[in-house]
Design a protein. Sequence first.
Lengths: 116, 113
Amino acid sequence: DARVTQTPRHKVTEMGQEVTMRCQPILGHNTVFWYRQTMMQGLELLAYFRNRAPLDDSGMPKDRFSAEMPDATLATLKIQPSEPRDSAVYFCASGLVIGQGSYEQYFGPGTRLTVT
Amino acid sequence: GESVGLHLPTLSVQEGDNSIINCAYSNSASDYFIWYKQESGKGPQFIIDIRSNMDKRQGQRVTVLLNKTVKHLSLQIAATQPGDSAVYFCAEKTGTGRRALTFGSGTRLQVQP
């Protein structure tokens, strides 16, 4: 049963510290998405990649957030320095887009980040 | 994942009844729509999708209706079960160049046994 995995599942850190979240997309998927979910803002797209190339990161605060795909099996989202307002659940999702096919995204279980 | 929003609209139904969850979208250029279900502590899970060249699509116990005239999308769940209790999101994709989805704010479905 293929699924998206994310680590860590929970992270508590102090303001100013660096946070790195990792995602392993489903093997064979060619798109990867990072979302942030909060009580107030709901589900927000931060960045997405197709064939490992970043296509859109307009939803991401550039000064402190960075997203990369070192290889097809790993996507990372880094926050440096972290701030309390970054506290949220961060989801990674992957999908397979071919032509005008389905845009279904498979979500991971999320990383719950708390910045104190 | 966290449930979304202290002020999520909530639909409460009795077990066995049919549920209808509505979603309004604003971009007439949106050409693809998905419904997701999110249970407490989990990521969103795909339910059903529909393209803008269709007005109805059926799955197992679920039906999605699309009314492009009024930019409205609905999800119908037949014979609602306690396991259907979750937050439901509609998402849309706009245009041919952008592949990302834009998610709505969600509706909480509560099924009373």
